[in-house]
Design a protein around this ligand. Structure first.
Ligand SMILES: [Zn+2]
Length: 94
């Protein structure tokens, strides 16, 4: 477990820098605005339950962007019942 990327992922979520772009039957697309204003694309292949990201992460562990996408999925799931989150996701300029 890489603790530093866990914290980064949480920060992406807190600062609403990770958001879901679109979804198909098989794939979910996420966008994450990184620290240096770079934008990363995270794709989940739901068929194989596998995430990929276009950052330079070549390790086998999840990068902070993938972790943020996973956190966001959990967050969205929670918000189906408790809707106290400031929903500015749609206000993000693409
Ligand atoms: Zn990444």
């Amino acid at each position: 477990m890489n603790k530093k990327s866990d914290e980064k992922a949480k920060q992406f979520l807190d600062e609403e820098r990770i958001f879901k772009l679109s979804e198909t039957d098989r794939y979910e697309y996420y966008i994450c605005k990184g620290a240096s204003k770079k934008v990363y694309e995270i794709i989940e292949d739901k068929l194989f339950n596998r995430f990929s990201c276009n950052c330079k992460n070549i390790r086998l562990t999840d990068c902070s962007h993938i972790k943020a996408a996973k956190l966001l999925q959990g967050d969205m799931y929670e918000n189906e019942t408790a809707n106290d989150h400031k929903g500015t996701m749609l206000g993000v300029a693409i």
